[in-house]
Write a protein that binds this ligand. Structure first.
Ligand code: PXP
Length: 240
């Protein structure tokens, strides 16, 4: 069985840089450190408002990332055109609202199937593997498979925010979504809100190919250093 992968999202290194609109800390340097510490992939979200990651970061990361580059972006024609220029290894399409603090929910693949079909087709023509960020919902998974997404990334946010019994309810939804996604022939990734504690029950379910984790790793890195923060998460994800 292949090893579960850790994708490290370095957006919040850029958040600190943008607090002063300066040059440091550089998410490109952070990505290299994360790879040396055991990351299996690097993820960045180029938001439409460019609040953290900038076009320059994406261009440089394309040339420097040694593992794989996953570009998260809104499902807009402007962003698809950028992806076609950059040609990351993966694109993860997400819903995006300007006022949100972070991505708030999964894509509505059922509603936007026509637009998404066209965008997936374009990205495939550029040899980019496409993942759709979706809630753990069977209809969304079925629609993702129908429009020929390669992967889904299951939104773990509701599970991470839930408390007590509700957390078990949300975990079961994730378990069912992993099984359904695989049955439909999709690769299954997961992410959003995961930290060093709440990832453990999801790891125990098995079946997730890659976890995309940002905030908790960068938050820990501020206190203990990026190398150690990535190593500790990589050990968990790799089961060592
Ligand atoms: N996956 C997706 C699709 C996201 O939008 C985000 C946040 O940018 C993440 C994973 C990472 O979430 P977090 O920063 O909470 O680990």
């Amino acid at each position: 069985m292949s090893i579960t992968r850790l994708g490290v999202n370095v957006d919040h290194v850029a958040t600190v840089r943008q607090a002063r609109r300066g040059a440091e800390p550089d998410p490109v340097t952070a990505a290299a450190i994360a790879e040396l510490a055991g990351a299996d992939g690097i993820t960045v979200h180029l938001r439409e408002d460019r609040r953290h990651i900038l076009d320059r970061d994406v261009m440089l990361l394309r040339r420097t990332v040694q593992t794989h580059l996953n570009l998260e972006m809104a499902a807009t024609d402007e962003m698809v055109a950028i992806a076609m220029k950059v040609v990351p290894d993966y694109v993860t399409l997400v819903p995006e609202k300007r006022q949100e603090l972070t991505t708030e929910g999964g894509l509505d693949v059922v509603k936007y199937k026509d637009k998404l079909t066209r965008q997936i087709d374009l990205l495939h023509q550029a040899d980019i593997t496409v993942s759709l960020f979706v809630d753990p919902d069977l209809e969304q998974l079925k629609a993702s498979a129908r429009i020929k997404a390669d992967y889904v990334e299951i939104h773990t946010g509701a599970y991470c925010d839930a408390k007590g019994k509700q957390q078990t309810v949300e975990l079961i939804k994730i378990e069912e979504a992993i099984k359904a996604g695989k049955k439909l022939g999709l690769g299954v990734n997961a992410g959003h809100g995961l930290n060093y504690q709440n990832i453990r029950p999801i790891l125990a379910l098995g079946g997730v190919e890659e976890f995309n984790i940002g905030h908790s790793i960068i938050a820990r890195a501020v206190l203990v250093g990026l190398d150690r923060a990535v190593r500790e998460m990589a050990e968990l994800v790799h089961g060592r």
